[in-house]
Structures are given as structure tokens and as C-alpha cells.
Design a protein around this ligand. Structure first.
Ligand code: FEO
Ligand code: CA
Ligand code: CA
Ligand code: CA
Length: 614
């Protein structure tokens, strides 16, 4: 979703913000690595000023997060561009897969834009392609893909829905797709499969874990749990399921009554009478905040949702033990005793980074019939200025939360995190882990950092009015299970530049391959107002090259590969911002009279058949 859709910061608590932490930390680190800056950090003949080479001075040496390897990145970096078509490094090529409205029956055909209905949308690929994961071998498998966002204008060519049928179409375009794909003669296509399905806003679902029986999710209407929406980033489990994360759910609710006002809990989640303009509440009472029969409906969204791609009849399960926030990804790793750890960002200005640790070994839990995502402990991160950090427990066992019930903590997670003193960050988006345990979080931007009445800069969020964002990296003690960590700044986008100016902004999607290449995707303001892009960074030297640029008006998001890493799938979301005047992609550009652009997946291969990023 575009940056502009994010509302005013809703965190009014007094916790120190991440930016304040970063600035003090940065100044301490400068002497330490400043001498290396010009030599090691190169970008196609130009310099990159890394975070570690920035301002300030340092008295004692800080803990450092050291990347394990220095991976080879051998392709030719391409320039920023502003075209209605994508560009890719000359050693690479791309093709288009599963554009919005392509049928799930494997016929390779699509429903028409004109007269498109909810019933047709339910049988075809949704809009707003975002996070995804590929479960399969090098030639065929299942792609699980999130459909985060689509404006009414993009979907049906009008500014607001004017009927229940319009709202049903909008609702059905959101959610996820499970789609079988196969490589036939070098070309990836949709395969016919009983597993192909859509999950959308009206699909029957379950809420499991500590909130399952909570009064906070009951409605007077007695309506069942239904649907998932604004599915942003993602995760996958070691037991083969897909995790889809509900982000800006607040914007789909609105109030018909002009006297309705949000309570403190609703305000903390950005829930407001106007919503984002989807206007579902005008035709579907479930989304009307002023309808007393559905007073708690919004408490049923904001979760990490588990979907089994291999069981097409199974319901999506909202895993409440992971908390309720505007979830970005859910990066699952395994601790040395077999407990799983899930790292998660909450994308709002001045919101937090979380981790969940399962109660015991995941294999034993599954054997005992318990989901490892239903029993465990949730924590929130505190980044200290000295390059250390701590995980603060979010449960009634924490004295600061002794008067809270567990279900209240997990439904109003942001407020519990305010109480324990978590570090306010610059919009935590995706989190990705390297094989050796370094975790990377993209902090996309925060134009309110350090402004009047807002949290000041700190070492972990060091940029006042942080227009372009940054990436923080940490490593937990005891192979993910420790309650402390060390951290550093991997990159400051606003200090990363080439000859033409600043090189990237608004980092969002991120993935680290098993050779420690860091793939960074952007969503939002780019230097020079150029298109969003995908970069590949060396985790050790911080050298960056630009592999791919999207089309005007779109973001580049979602990243997954085949097991041999020779095919990569990424997404173009809202090409042309939905306007054919800006882009007709995937059709060649012919202007405003051309076809409405279609969100789609981009298949990337190296012309010599090599590993992507090499
Ligand atoms: Fe869905 Fe925060 O991007
Ligand atoms: Ca997005
Ligand atoms: Ca995003
Ligand atoms: Ca974003």
C-alpha cells in the first residue's frame, strides 16, 4: 500500500523513539569504522556512505553485528528510472505471471475489466499483490500470494462504491490466492489444481490461541469470524504452512452515524469514522463502527493468519498469541532447542518490533496436537543507545502488566507495549533473517521523527524528519532465544548515494539469501521521484547494486525463489497507481486510452541460468 495511506501516528505514549536511539548510537560508532568507509562501500563507481560511516565521535567500542559472508554480486547495476515499463539488469530477464483477474482454472485466460463481478473475482487472482511464498520444487509448486490493497478507482473505475455488489467486489479482490504454477518449456504458468483457491474478506475463518474465547472479539450480532484483509507481508512455517499478515485493517471500517467517536483503544489503532474511503460500512453493517451489533468486529483483524496451502478445504486461522497490531511480516526461525521464534514489525510511525517464542519444541507441540503458534510468549523490543537491546515480556507475568489479562494484552498489544517501554521505531516493515542469525528490519520512513511534540531521534532511529528510512540489524543471544541482543544500523537510505543523488528510499520488502545477499525492495518516495526498485546488498561490505526497477506509480514487493534460487518471484503492486494514464503494464504503454494496469507477479531469471543476485 502506498505510504500516503498511512494515517497520523497513533502512538501518543511517552516512550523514547527509535530515531533518538539511533542518533546517539550513530555518533558513538563513527570513529570505529569511519576509516573503512570510502574503501569498502562502492556502488557502480560511486560512494555509499553507510550508517557506520556517519557523523559523530565515539569513546568506547560498540557491540557490532558482523555478517558471516561477503557474497558475490556480479551483475551490472542499472540506473533509477521513471518509465511506465520495468527495467532489469542486462544479465537478467523477466516475464509476467498471474496478473489481477487471471482465472484460477489454468486456462491462461482472464475475466474482462468491464463488467467484472465479485463472483468472477472469487475465481481469479486478486489485486494488490504483496508478500508471498513459493512451496515447491524447481519446476512446479504452490504460490501463496497476498492481495493487500486496491482502490475502488483501480478495481471498478469509480471513486467510491455505490452498491452492495461494488463492496462485495472490493472485498473479494483483497485476501490471498493459493495458485499452482509450473514451468513449461521455460515459461511459468498457472496449472490446473484442486488446491487453487481464494481466501478473501468474507471467507469463514477461526481465531485461535488466548483470544479465542475473549469477550473482546464477541459481537451482539453473534456473527461468525470471517475473512482476512490488507494482507501485507508474510511468513512460512517449518511445518509447511503459509502466514499472511493483516496490516492496515483499520482503514476498511467507518461509521454511518455522524455522532460516533473512537474509544482510546480504537484510536491507538487508527480506527476512525471516515476510514480510508473504501466505504464498505455504507453497504455492509459488519464494517460500520456505529452499529452496536458489530461493536467488536475490528478486534477480529490485525492478526497473523495461518493458511495450509495443501488443504484447500481448511479455514484460515488467526493466531492471536502473536498479538494484534498492523502486522508486517512474520519471520519464523528455529531456536536450538526446537522452539520457534517469530519476528514481526508493526508498521506505524513510532510503533514497535515484536518477537514470539513458542512454549516448547515445535515438533513435540504438533505431536501433542497443539499449534506452536498458539502457546508461547510475546515480547517487544527495546533498543538501547549503546548498541544493546532487550526483549520485554508482554504478559501478566511482567509486573508492569500485572493488572492486564492475557487476552487484553493480545487484542490491545500496542497499548501493552506502550506500558512496558518499548522503543518507538520509524515504521517497522519487513524483517528477514540470515542463516547465521542476523535479523534485518526495514524502517521505511518517518517524517514526524523529531518534530514538535513527537519523539526525538535516538541511536536506532537517528534521522530527524526521516524521509527515506533505514535498515537496522540485530542478533539475539542464544540462537534467537535470548532476552538480549546487539544491534547496529545496516544502511541509512538518506546517506546512501550515487552520482545522481540519493539512491533509494522507503525500504520495505527484505529477504536474505543463504549466501547472505540482502534483497531490498522499496515502497514510497524515491530520490528524484523515480520508480520503486529492488536492490541487492552485500551484508558485509554494504555494496549495493540495483537489479530491477518497477513501473511508474507502483511499488516492488514480495520476494521468494525456487529451491535452486535460479527463479525469483517478485510483485508489482498498483502499477500506475491504477491509472492507465501513467502505466498500462503489463500491456505496453499506450496512454490513458490503453488498458487499466494490472497488479502482477514478475518472474526473474539470470540469462546464464545462475543464482539470482549473483
Ligand atoms: Fe503493507 Fe507497511 O506495507
Ligand atoms: Ca504495500
Ligand atoms: Ca509493504
Ligand atoms: Ca510500505
Amino acid at each position: 500500500m502506498t505510504n500516503e495511506m498511512h494515517e497520523e501516528a497513533s502512538n501518543k505514549s511517552n516512550n523514547r523513539e527509535f530515531e533518538d536511539v539511533v542518533n546517539s548510537y550513530m555518533s558513538r560508532r563513527t570513529l570505529l569504522v569511519g576509516s573503512l568507509a570510502g574503501a569498502a562501500l562502492t556502488f557502480v563507481g560511486a560512494r555509499i556512505a553507510s550508517a557506520s560511516a556517519s557523523n559523530g565521535s565515539s569513546a568506547k567500542s560498540a557491540p557490532q553485528v558482523i555478517a558471516a559472508k561477503s557474497p558475490k554480486i556480479g551483475f551490472t547495476s542499472i540506473p533509477l528510472q521513471g518509465s511506465p515499463m520495468p527495467t532489469i539488469a542486462p544479465e537478467y530477464s523477466y516475464s509476467v505471471l498471474i496478473p489481477w483477474r487471471e482465472k484460477l482454472d489454468g486456462s491462461g485466460t482472464s475475466f474482462d475489466y468491464a463488467g467484472f463481478t465479485a463472483a468472477q473475482q472469487e475465481q481469479s487472482i486478486g489485486i494488490g499483490h504483496d508478500g508471498m511464498w513459493y512451496f515447491g520444487d524447481d519446476k512446479k509448486g504452490l504460490l501463496c500470494i497476498n492481495h493487500e490493497y486496491g482502490t475502488t478507482s483501480h478495481i471498478m473505475g469509480k471513486s467510491v462504491p455505490t452498491s452492495a455488489a461494488d463492496v462485495a467486489l472490493s472485498q473479494t479482490a483483497h485476501g490471498i490466492s493459493v495458485v499452482a504454477i509450473e514451468n513449461v518449456g521455460g515459461k511459468w504458468k498457472v496449472a490446473k489444481s484442486k488446491k487453487n483457491r481464494r481466501v478473501h474478506v468474507n471467507t469463514l475463518a477461526t481465531i485461535s490461541g488466548p483470544v479465542a474465547k475473549s469477550a473482546l472479539i464477541q459481537n451482539a450480532a453473534g456473527n461468525p469470524i470471517q475473512g482476512t484483509m490488507n494482507n501485507c507481508a508474510n511468513g512460512k512455517t517449518p511445518w509447511g504452512t503459509y502466514l499472511t499478515c493483516e496490516e492496515n485493517f483499520n482503514g476498511y471500517f467507518g461509521a454511518k452515524s455522524s455522532t460516533w467517536k473512537p474509544n482510546a483503544e480504537q484510536a491507538r489503532y487508527g480506527i476512525a469514522a471516515a476510514g480510508f474511503g473504501y466505504d464498505w460500512h455504507k453497504f455492509d453493517a459488519r464494517f460500520d463502527l456505529s452499529d452496536a451489533n458489530y461493536a467488536n468486529e475490528a478486534n477480529r483483524f490485525g492478526y497473523v493468519v495461518e493458511i495450509d496451502p495443501n488443504k484447500p478445504g481448511s479455514q484460515p486461522i488467526k493466531r492471536s498469541a502473536l498479538g494484534r497490531v498492523k502486522h508486517e511480516g512474520a519471520e519464523v526461525v528455529e531456536g536450538k532447542d526446537g522452539r520457534i521464534v517469530v519476528y514481526m514489525g508493526d508498521d506505524e510511525r513510532f510503533d514497535y518490533v515484536y518477537k514470539f517464542v513458542s512454549k516448547s519444541n515445535w515438533k513435540s507441540m504438533i505431536k501433542a496436537g497443539v499449534s506452536p503458534l498458539d502457546e508461547g510468549t510475546l515480547y517487544v523490543a527495546k533498543f538501547n543507545d549503546d548498541g544493546t537491546g532487550a526483549w520485554l515480556e508482554l504478559s501478566p507475568s511482567n509486573p508492569a502488566l500485572s493488572t492486564w489479562t492475557l487476552d487484553k494484552i493480545l487484542v490491545y498489544t500496542r497499548m501493552a507495549a506502550d506500558v512496558v517501554g518499548a522503543t518507538k521505531m520509524d515504521r517497522p516493515e519487513w524483517i528477514a533473517g540470515s542463516k547465521t542469525g542476523e535479523m534485518y528490519v526495514t524502517l521505511t520512513n518517518n517524517t514526524q521523527r523529531g518534530t514538535v511534540g513527537k519523539a526525538a531521534v535516538d541511536k536506532a532511529n537517528p534521522t530527524k524528519v526521516n524521509t527515506y528510512g533505514h535498515i537496522v540489524r540485530w542478533k539475539d543471544a542464544s540462537q534467537y532465544l535470548g532476552m538480549t541482543f546487539t544491534w547496529d544500523i545496516f544502511l541509512l537510505a538518506n546517506q546512501t548515494f550515487d552520482e545522481g543523488g540519493q539512491m533509494f528510499g522507503s525500504p520495505d520488502g527484505i529477504w536474505v539469501d543463504s549466501d547472505d545477499r540482502v534483497f531490498v525492495q522499496t515502497d514510497g518516495e524515491q530520490p528524484g521521484k523515480f520508480n520503486d526498485q529492488m536492490l541487492v546488498a552485500n551484508s558485509k561490505t554494504k555494496e549495493i547494486r540495483r537489479l530491477f526497477t518497477g513501473v511508474a506509480g507502483s511499488e516492488v514487493t514480495g520476494v521468494t525463489v525456487t529451491p535452486d534460487r535460479k527463479t525469483m518471484f517478485v510483485n508489482l503492486q498498483h502499477p500506475g497507481d491504477g491509472s492507465p494514464a501513467i502505466s498500462n503494464f503489463p500491456a505496453p504503454y499506450t496512454g490513458a486510452s490503453g488498458p487499466v494496469p494490472r497488479d502482477c507477479t514478475i518472474v526473474i531469471t539470470r540469462k546464464n541460468g545462475g543464482i539470482i543476485g549473483s
